[in-house]
Design a protein around this ligand. Structure first.
Ligand SMILES: Cc1cc2nc3c(=O)[nH]c(=O)nc-3n(C[C@H](O)[C@H](O)[C@H](O)COP(=O)(O)OP(=O)(O)OC[C@H]3O[C@@H](n4cnc5c(N)ncnc54)[C@H](O)[C@@H]3O)c2cc1C
Length: 685
């Protein structure tokens, strides 16, 4: 079995149970610590209150549900048209419109960048193009709290796994769960908030030192906690981060067994940057606030949208158009079946002030933020790739990295509630738990995404200066989207519920590749070419680390109290060389894609970029002008832990570089393109 084969041809219907998409139970705030009976009562009380508020709203004619939409060409687009939301629309601007910046892709990076630019440059016009539609709940905060109105399942934490298997908001790319909606994969990810470690950035170019990164993490985040908020936390950023107040039952037992095994218990969501901060077991931090997803889309686009920012949904960018001097001048996109072109404003002169030297003095430009899988395709469509006619860049799509993951599945002995378990029974039980109706967990109503705890461990194969190279995540039921595929043929009723523990490689040797498909410009309106992902292979060392991780987890599971809760190992139930073969055959992608448009610096001796480098340290695409990449793809080496927080940093740093606060001073180009020499003439970091 190849790395990705288990995810091919998924039968989504198997995992999707419409009962769970019933949003009538959402909308109640956390009541985590009440007993089962009282939680039920409270849930109903809150629903009643919301129904009353909703009816009042309807009577007063202010019901958000009744607002007309601006959508004209996509019946699924819930784009609202109230106040600032008029700026989020699927109606293309008139062909005469000109923008200072055109940003392609509204994932976490694109949204943060677009917001930063439009706030920093109130006089400039910014266009954010998104292929997918806007979820109503992602852009109108209050709407997600009303019962019986159309809210998006994307905003219900519990349902992230369902969304990950539903095609409606995803790109149809085999083996990848890439979000296609305002908010990108930030709308259906697991919301685990794990920052990178100082060591992750050691080899990054100038301007990306840990001090800058930490400052940026802090500036984006507000950490909500009833405990002391440490200095390394953000206190006033837009993205809310919090820790579940209490673990699920399996997670609690996991933490206690770690403690009993003498393992350090982390109290800071593994985000303390100090030396031991990424070791041991504990609760994760999540992008959840009051029981709802604290997505970048909601945080940045739901209110106070700068009036100079226009978010254009239902608009698939096909390519960037360059002039004869390889300067980006326009973007072609398909909207409602029509091919449109949107132009940048004219600069001072052809190509002047743009390109690989731009920082602080840039007047206009295109910034690609379509994510690590899709941006290489746009680059190829635009003639920038290994055989490109605009610029030959061998690195486009190369160096793709992830946190390859395996799953350990255990039967649960003491927590059984049903007499027989099918996958859908398990999912139902899981849903009940999160909705505050389960008997064995105490999240409270929508208090968590369905998991709460895990751990970081250092294998004997880690380098001396590395703190951890294995990440463990404990799922109270087998629901994690990548691993449910293991069980998809296992539809027969099982006597026992099962719990899943995933083990991921944090610093893999393995490298994969995005292979963009050929693009035929005359066919652009019909079909956007989708890239494929060529999975690399695990190195022997990668396999040894995963094996060590799995055996280490087994050891912890053999200590009470968790040993008393779980029963037999269901999968892989293999040891020694058999286990190694199983790992090679069953390792899965983890959706933490980075590196396919790698950022790099010039070699100090040769003055050249390595072959796999696509953007320079200021994120400018090498060899052309006025084009940047600012998404997960530029991250040269996958950080230790889930990557969303670091992708947010990329969006923000890109904005700072353009506005000119990026540290390292304003630079000047001494030559044209490709092999140009860049000098710093002002060190104002
Ligand atoms: C199932 C899943 C679970 C995850 N869980 C976690 C987690 O718990 N914690 C964590 O830290 N990270 C997690 N991640 C990873 C995290 O969500 C991503 O790293 C992050 O969303 C990447 O952001 P991005 O802005 O680079 O791209 P994306 O989020 O991929 O956004 C790109 C956007 O560009 C749009 N786009 C693409 N092509 C075009 C085009 N041609 N024209 C117009 N628009 C286009 C897409 O529709 C999309 O909206 C998870 C990811 C997945 C898929």
């Amino acid at each position: 079995m190849s790395l990705f084969s288990p995810m091919q041809n998924d039968d989504n219907s198997l995992y999707y149970d419409s009962d769970y998409a019933d949003n009538s139970t959402i909308g109640a705030p956390p009541i985590a610590k009440l007993s089962y009976k009282y939680r039920h009562l409270f849930a109903h009380l809150y629903k009643l209150i919301y129904v009353v508020i909703f009816l009042l709203g309807v009577l007063l004619g202010t019901s958000l549900n009744n607002l007309p939409t601006t959508n004209t060409n996509d019946s699924q687009d819930n784009t609202p048209s109230s106040h600032s939301q008029k700026q989020i629309t699927s109606n293309p601007p008139p062909s005469s419109s000109r923008y200072d910046y055109i940003i392609t892709g509204s994932g976490p990076s694109g949204i943060i960048l677009a917001h930063y630019l439009s706030s920093s440059f109130p006089q400039k016009k910014i266009l954010l193009l998104e292929s997918g539609t806007a979820s109503s709940a992602s852009v109108i905060p209050s709407q997600s709290w009303l019962p019986n109105v159309h809210v998006s399942i994307l905003d219900v934490p519990l349902l992230w796994s369902y969304v990950a298997t539903s095609s409606k908001y995803l790109w149809n790319i085999p083996n990848a769960r890439v979000g296609r909606t305002v908010g990108g994969s930030g709308m259906h990810n697991a919301m685990m908030y794990v920052r990178g470690r100082p060591i992750d950035f050691e080899n990054w170019p100038e301007g990306w030192e840990w001090s800058e990164i930490l400052k940026t993490y802090k500036s984006i985040e507000t950490y909500v906690s009833k405990f002391k908020i440490m200095d390394y936390r953000g206190k006033s950023g837009p993205v809310i981060t919090s820790k579940p107040e209490i673990a699920d039952a399996v997670g609690q037992n996991w933490i206690e067994s770690c403690r009993a095994s003498g393992i350090r218990i982390d109290e800071n969501g593994f985000n303390d940057p100090s030396a031991e901060g990424r070791t041991g077991c504990g609760l994760y931090d999540f992008n959840i606030h009051n029981g709802t997803r604290a997505s970048v889309a909601k945080s940045f686009l739901s209110e106070n949208l700068p009036s100079n920012l226009h978010v254009l949904t239902g608009s698939t960018v096909t390519r960037v158009i360059f002039d004869s001097k390889n300067t980006a001048t326009a973007v072609e996109y398909v909207n409602g079946g029509d091919v449109n072109v949107v132009m940048l404003k004219q600069g001072k002169g052809d190509g002047e002030g743009l390109g690989s030297d731009f920082r602080g003095d840039v007047e206009r430009g295109v910034i690609l933020t379509a994510g690590a899988i899709m941006t290489p395709q746009i680059l190829r469509n635009s003639g920038v790739w290994e055989e490109g006619d605009v610029m030959k860049l061998k690195g486009v799509g190369k160096n793709l990295q992830d946190h390859p993951v395996i799953g350990l599945i255990y039967e649960i002995d003491s927590l059984n509630e049903a007499s027989a378990y099918t996958i859908s029974t398990q999912l139902k039980e899981f849903g009940d738990m999160i909705n505050g109706q389960g008997k064995d967990v105490d999240y409270g109503v929508l208090g968590g995404p369905g998991l709460s705890s895990g751990g970081f461990f250092k294998s004997p194969y880690a380098k001396e200066n590395e703190d951890s190279d294995v990440q463990v995540t404990v799922f109270p039921r087998v629901t994690e989207p990548h691993v449910t595929s293991f069980m998809k043929n296992d539809t027969a009723a099982q006597p026992k519920a099962k719990s899943l523990i995933t083990i991921a490689l944090l610093r893999p040797d393995m490298r994969s590749r995005v292979v963009p498909s050929p693009f035929n410009s005359s066919e652009a309106a019909k079909e956007f070419p989708l890239p494929t992902i060529n999975a690399g292979s695990l190195s022997d060392r990668d396999v040894e680390i995963l094996k060590w991780g799995l055996e280490h987890v087994r050891e912890i599971l053999s200590s009470p109290p968790i040993s008393k809760v779980i029963g037999n190992e269901y999968s892989p139930n293999k040891h020694g060389d058999q286990l190694k073969s199983w790992i090679r055959a069953n390792v899965l992608p983890n959706s933490h894609w980075v590196g396919s448009t790698k950022m790099g610096k010039r070699d100090a001796v040769t003055g050249e970029y390595d072959d796999d480098v696509v953007v320079d340290e200021r994120l400018n695409v090498i060899g052309v002008k006025g084009l940047m990449v600012a998404d997960a793809g530029i991250i040269p080496n996958v950080p230790n832990g889930n990557v969303h927080s670091t992708v947010c940093v990329v969006g923000r740093r890109a904005g700072e570089f353009i506005v000119g606060e990026g540290g390292g001073g304003k630079r000047k180009s001494k030559s044209g393109s490709g092999g140009r020499v860049v000098t710093n003439d002002n060190n104002n970091a």
